[in-house]
Design a protein around this ligand. Structure first.
Ligand code: SAH
Ligand code: SF4
Length: 384
């Protein structure tokens, strides 16, 4: 729990931290030192930050703290995928999922408790909107995961484990957890800057992905402020169906959305946009719809299409498309020259809101009702 007047330093990107240090009468280079201790070394105890001026070390505890939201539980899948549930207060929890692969370690991060967009096929959307996460709560997910994994693997700051599934730390972040990141832009932007900062996590722009259901004005803002990789959740080849599946489409229809994607490519770190397409049995998965999707995007937006197996959950009334239909749909796209991937399901034995995972999704994001079977309880996060 945050004490009044005490700021969480995970809320600050380096510019904001420098300004904050300036207000305390400190030189800007102190902010760099502090930033490195916090993000590169995972240190939250100011007394351990030995190269800080003693005066600052002594002042800081009464003015500031460093802390992620408390971890409620950790679930580990047989394939190494790990999910953490963070308590963000008021009975809400958000989740992050770490997905280790041979070539990268991906952390799927949440941006909101709940979501106001209300997509038909999304458990978070069905839950409704509770509140925006703060920058500290977004960055806190990465800060916790990175240093928890490092400690588990015995890796020194900056050290990378040998290549392999079980020795990965985070080198790829996808904003694909709970919430619509572009409806929490004010908190998202500094969080992205922390992820990219060489004095913090130093992730490349290509390895930070914002996924959006299509908040068009904010796609333009992101292009200007902090272009990172962009994934757009498309899910339908025409406005009539997309209006039903992704209600935000009624405000920002496909034509505007695709135009925003084309503009985004001017500044993007990759020369394509990723379109996410969740395969729903009998809803958006026919071969005619595949051909309509080709007509929609082909020769218009340089893109890759990622077909996602649907995570079924009881209230959705929807079913996952059979794998043969997904393969046939992919064939149509590939036949037209569109690079298409079928997302491999990970962590099948654990449930997660993250679109990267499959498995029965339950209402596991309410702290009071959380599922405990198969979870590994963790100690509460250190008090500030
Ligand atoms: N709000 C953003 C990011 C969070 S959702 C967005 O919609 O893009 C991350 C991804 O998970 C999106 O592509 C979303 O469509 C997908 N997703 C949501 N619910 C899903 C489900 N039940 N099964 C599979 N993917 C799902
Ligand atoms: Fe929100 Fe994304 Fe879920 Fe849609 S898919 S309800 S935008 S989190």
């Amino acid at each position: 729990m945050q004490r009044p007047g005490v700021v969480n330093l995970l809320d600050f990107d380096l510019d904001a931290l420098s300004a904050h240090c300036g207000r305390l009468g400190e030189k800007p280079f102190r902010a760099v030192q502090l930033f490195r201790w916090i993000h590169q070394r995972g240190v939250s105890d100011f007394s351990q930050m030995t190269d800080l001026a003693r005066s600052l070390r002594e002042q800081l505890p009464s003015l500031a703290h460093v802390g992620a939201p408390p971890v409620v539980s950790e679930q580990a899948s047989d394939d190494g995928t790990t999910k953490w549930l963070f308590d963000v207060g008021g009975g809400n929890a958000v989740e992050s999922v770490f997905i280790p692969e041979a070539e990268r370690g991906t952390l799927c991060v949440s941006s909101q408790a709940g979501c106001a967009v209300g997509c038909r096929f999304c458990a978070t959307g069905h839950q409704g909107f509770s509140r925006n996460l703060t920058t500290a709560e977004i960055v806190g997910q990465l800060w916790f995961a990175e240093h928890h994994l490092r400690a588990r693997l015995g890796l020194a700051p900056g050290e990378r484990g040998p290549k392999g599934n079980d020795t990965r730390v985070v080198d790829n972040v996808v904003m694909m957890g709970m919430g619509e990141p572009l409806q929490n832009y004010g908190a998202l932007l500094p969080a992205l800057r922390v992820m990219l900062d060489d004095h913090a996590y130093g992730l490349s722009r290509r390895r930070v992905t914002v996924s959006t259901s299509g908040v068009v004005p904010m796609i333009h803002r992101l292009r200007e402020d902090c272009p990172v990789s962009l994934a757009v959740s498309l899910h339908a080849p025409d406005d009539a169906l997309r209006d039903q599946l992704v209600p935000l489409n009624r405000k920002y229809p496909l034509n505007e959305l695709l135009q925003a994607c084309v503009c985004y490519l001017d500044a993007a770190p990759r020369d394509f946009i990723t379109f996410e397409y969740c395969m729903l049995d009998g809803v958006n998965d026919s071969l005619d719809q595949a051909r309509a999707l080709v007509r929609l995007v082909h020769d218009r937006v340089a893109c890759k299409i990622n077909l996602i197996p649907f995570n079924p959950f009881a209230q959705s009334g929807l079913k996952r498309s059979p794998s043969e239909r997904v393969a046939a749909f992919a064939d149509v796209l590939q036949g037209a020259g569109i690079v298409t991937t079928i997302r491999r399901t990970r962590g099948d034995d654990i449930a997660a809101a993250c679109g990267q995972l499959a498995g029965e999704v339950q209402d596991r994001t309410r702290v009071a009702q959380r599922r405990t079977r198969g979870t590994i309880p963790l100690l509460p996060a250190e008090p500030a």
